[in-house]
Write a protein that binds this ligand. Structure first.
Ligand code: URP
Ligand code: ZN
Ligand code: ZN
Length: 456
């Protein structure tokens, strides 16, 4: 199939320009003004913005967590992502403590094979580091194209590793050109604050927030950057939320260290005042929790200072019934919220349309940097000759309101109910195939491909 996209404002991470794009098969073949190519399908993008398909490098699909499973699977999750202009996601495989990385890989391959509609890759979460794990880490990088290894400094007894294991993992990963990523919060301190609150009879969702103060994230972020500095390993902090943690990264730059930082859309646009309502606050129980307005300001500034490189979602949805597991105890509310569909439009609306970031910066945050840092560039994350034709066309002026009534995620509430957005994703292409058009998804389960990533 050949497609010609005409007259759009094309934006990459480094520039924006008026151009046509000609696509043949899965690839972009030509870019330029008034292209003479004849195509089977012509898309008129006059007045529209044409950007690389979004890459969300932090999602949890069909993940076992806190006694249940996140409610979007590979089919519903990648479909909802496509509706929002995200053509590729990176999900997390969780090693079961006491079991191998390969067993975990096989479980996630069964979850995704034949179901994914959009493209995907996996980070491997190392929850039990030992000699066998070390050998498997090398195989993941060299044989499986999985080059990033997720660690948790919290969730003790389930996912957390200690600092000794962290340093050893970094040493192996560095040697083989991979990256260690981290959920950086001080797990012991959080567990003790949770225990204190429960003992005092404080059971409402707001105590989830109060048990994870900013300092728990700032301390762990500093500790992680110190371990990276010592080992020389490449590192990436996921879902960074606050000024204190960002300052830990800023501090590391003073010794010429470069640390990769991801924030998530919710930390830029929502704040902790949402916890000041009874059990409804459970909709935003996630870890780390939403923070203060001053943290939002620090994150937007950090983006423009080049300290924050990626905006993801940490999409980890649960239904309202699942959230009831913590009705009488905040510590039992499954942590996470639905966002995979809204990331691109919210970032465009709150970022570009409100003048906080430029259009190229939007592309960098939503696609290009994830592709570069996770070893997929320039196949993914850019509009360039020879790249995969993953493209998102959005109308920059179209206003709409987010709601559970219209979203495609498998949750019966929206964490963004009533949020007014300017800018709407209209047409999405994945590898030269029309994925979204006229508010319909045209691709079938199984279309999504696993993307093999390169070590660096
Ligand atoms: O609340 C969250 N973030 N749930 C998913 C697991 C994680 O920590 O990323
Ligand atoms: Zn996390
Ligand atoms: Zn997560």
């Amino acid at each position: 199939m050949s497609i010609l996209i005409k007259n759009g404002l094309v934006a990459n991470a480094s520039e924006e320009f008026q151009a046509d794009i000609y696509i043949e098969g899965e690839k972009i073949v030509a870019i330029g003004a008034n292209l003479p190519h004849k195509a089977e399908k012509v898309i008129d993008a006059s007045g529209k913005i044409v950007v690389p398909g979004g890459i969300d490098p932090h999602v949890h699909l069909d993940m076992p967590f806190m006694g249940t499973f996140s409610s979007d699977d590979y089919e519903t999750g990648t479909r909802a992502a496509l509706f929002g202009g995200t053509t590729m996601v990176i999900d997390f495989i969780l090693q079961t403590q006491g079991d191998s990385l390969y067993n975990a890989l096989r479980i996630w391959q069964q979850k995704s094979a034949g179901k994914a509609i959009g493209d995907y890759s996996y980070h491997m979460a190392v929850t039990d580091f030992n000699e066998q794990t070390a050998a498997e880490v090398v195989e993941m990088i060299e044989k499986e194209g999985i080059t990033s290894f997720k660690t948790f400094m919290a969730y003790k007894g389930a996912l957390m590793i200690d600092d000794g294991q962290m340093v050893q993992l970094m040493q192996v990963v560095k040697k083989h050109g991979g990256m260690v990523t981290v959920h950086a919060t001080n797990g012991d301190m959080i567990d003790s604050l949770i225990a204190q609150n429960r003992a005092a009879g404080n059971r409402a969702p707001v105590y989830h927030y109060l048990s994870q103060p900013e300092v728990t994230e700032a301390e762990a972020s500093a500790r992680f950057t110190d371990m990276l500095f010592y080992t020389g390993c490449k590192g990436y902090i996921v879902h960074l939320t606050c000024e204190g943690a960002l300052n830990a990264v800023r501090e590391a730059t003073k010794r010429n260290q470069q640390v990769n930082v991801e924030t998530c859309i919710q930390y830029l646009v929502l704040d902790a005042s949402l916890y000041e309502q009874d059990f409804d606050g459970a909709k935003w129980v996630m870890s780390p929790p939403l923070r203060q307005k001053k943290d939002q300001e620090a994150l937007w500034a950090g983006i423009n200072q080049g300290l924050v490189n990626v905006v993801a979602t940490d999409h980890c949805p649960f239904t309202w019934e699942q959230k009831q597991m913590g009705k009488s105890d905040f510590a039992k509310i499954p942590n996470g919220h639905p966002a995979i569909e809204h990331r691109m439009e919210l970032l465009f609306s709150e970022g570009v349309n409100k003048g906080r970031i430029s259009l190229p910066k939007f592309v960098e945050l939503s696609a290009t940097n994830a592709a570069k840092k996770f070893g997929m560039y320039p196949k993914k994350g850019t509009i360039a000759i020879g790249a995969d034709a993953d493209i998102c066309i959005l109308d920059p002026n179209k206003k709409h309101t987010l709601s559970a009534k219209t979203h495609h995620m498998r949750t019966d509430y929206s964490a963004y109910e009533g949020f007014e957005v300017t800018g709407k994703v209209e047409t999405v292409l994945l590898r030269g195939n029309v994925a979204i058009e006229n508010e319909k998804c045209l691709l079938q389960p199984g279309f999504g491909q696993f993307v093999v990533r390169k070590a660096q």
